[in-house]
Design a protein around this ligand. Structure first.
Ligand SMILES: [Zn+2]
Length: 376
């Protein structure tokens, strides 16, 4: 995670890319230099002591005329908690995975790669306003920055070994940057958050009671929530968020603008604002969001409330979105209902991802895969 620390001082994607690639190159040189005496081929799998160097990669890929990227090859180290894919490209373009072939040779997405998927992506995102990618893997199509965490449910194997993926986009012939996070399966179950009061009317210190309300809910997933830092963001002009976009926040949204102003200490930013659009208690900048602190999709927004029970529940709901979870069901513009990808969630059971507080075992598992979780 040293790369993350380095990134805090980076301001542009270009610089970040250069630095990360340089870091990766150094890591690869180190891997070769520290091998067990054998001559390492450039694409040889690293020896175990150097596996950590390959748990955070940044790769550029080029899109073809169908909007499908060149193949991004990587290695899943043994003992890997999850694979998080963050693809960044043109802000006006939709992104998702075209393929994800793991070491067992099976493509989890299973789409025809000899054609464009732009029409289906556009229809689901902009027309139906659901944003679900066709194929076998549940994916949330996204504008500008796409995030996928795998596995999303129990029983989805992430075998160690060589793997590859391709990005699918509505853009053609441009480039996408693909960040891959492959954290160790170290039983990390601590989520650090920053509380940002976007107001001169209120502020936070210590561990406010609403965090304890959220903790009670996250206890069901065995996740401990710690407050790393509390701060005030005054005079941002974003105290009252007046718009939101469906199905997810867009790169030019007020929410994304606010997220770009957050602290960068690795903890997930929780922005508490004075106003959200009517009927909205909170917004997550992704389902899931990118666990990458310099992304303008890094964080969740909450409407300030004097009710700790309300604020704590909404915080749990939005953070659960950001880490992994969908609503139990979503309704599209057509009126059609779309279920989440989990087998044990049922509507009307008081679930956190409806209007309740309970989590199912599958939801707890999905949350526990997040790359944001750390050891205490
Ligand atoms: Zn929600």
């Amino acid at each position: 995670m040293t790369t993350m620390t380095t990134m805090t001082t980076m301001t542009t994607m270009t610089t970040m890319t250069t630095m990360l690639l340089r870091g990766l190159l150094l890591s690869m040189l180190f891997a070769a230099a520290c091998g067990d005496g054998a001559t390492a081929a450039p694409d040889a799998a690293p020896a175990a002591p150097d596996a950590a160097a390959l748990r955070d990669l940044l790769v550029e890929a080029a899109l073809d005329g169908n909007g499908l990227s060149t193949e991004v090859a990587f290695v899943v180290p043994s003992r890997t908690r999850s694979l998080t894919i963050v693809a960044e490209g043109d802000e006006a373009a939709l992104l998702a995975l075209g393929s994800l072939v793991l070491a067992d040779g099976t493509d989890r997405v299973d789409l025809d790669l000899n054609r464009s998927w732009a029409a289906e992506m556009t229809a689901s995102y902009h027309d139906e306003q659901i944003g679900q990618m066709p194929g076998s893997l549940y994916q949330s199509i996204r504008l500008g920055t796409f995030t996928q965490v795998y596995p999303t449910a129990p029983g989805q194997a992430l075998p160690a070994g060589p793997a590859s993926l391709r990005i699918a986009s509505t853009a053609t012939n441009g480039n996408v940057t693909v960040r891959l996070l492959l954290p160790d399966e170290d039983e990390a179950r601590t989520l650090a958050v920053n509380l940002v009061a976007v107001s001169d009317q209120f502020s936070f210190s210590g561990r406010p009671p609403f965090v304890d309300v959220m903790q009670t809910i996250f206890d069901q997933a065995g996740i401990a929530v710690v407050v790393r830092e509390s701060s005030v963001l005054a005079d941002s002009g974003l105290e009252r968020i007046s718009t939101f976009s469906e199905p997810q926040e867009a790169p030019d949204s007020q929410a994304a603008e606010l997220a770009g102003l957050g602290p960068q200490n690795g903890a997930l930013n929780i922005f508490v604002v004075e106003g959200l659009p009517s009927g909205v208690g909170g917004l997550s900048l992704g389902t899931p969001g990118p666990p990458v602190q310099d992304s303008s999709y890094f964080g969740v927004l909450l409407l300030h409330s004097t009710s700790d029970a309300l604020l704590g529940r909404v915080m749990a709901h939005e953070v659960a979105h950001f880490l992994a979870l969908q609503h139990v069901t979503n309704r599209g513009v057509s009126g059609m209902s779309y279920a989440d990808p989990l087998a044990d969630t049922e509507p009307g059971q008081g679930n956190l991802m409806e209007n309740g507080t309970t989590l199912t075992p599958d939801q707890a598992y999905a949350l526990s895969r997040s790359a944001l979780l750390t050891l205490p």
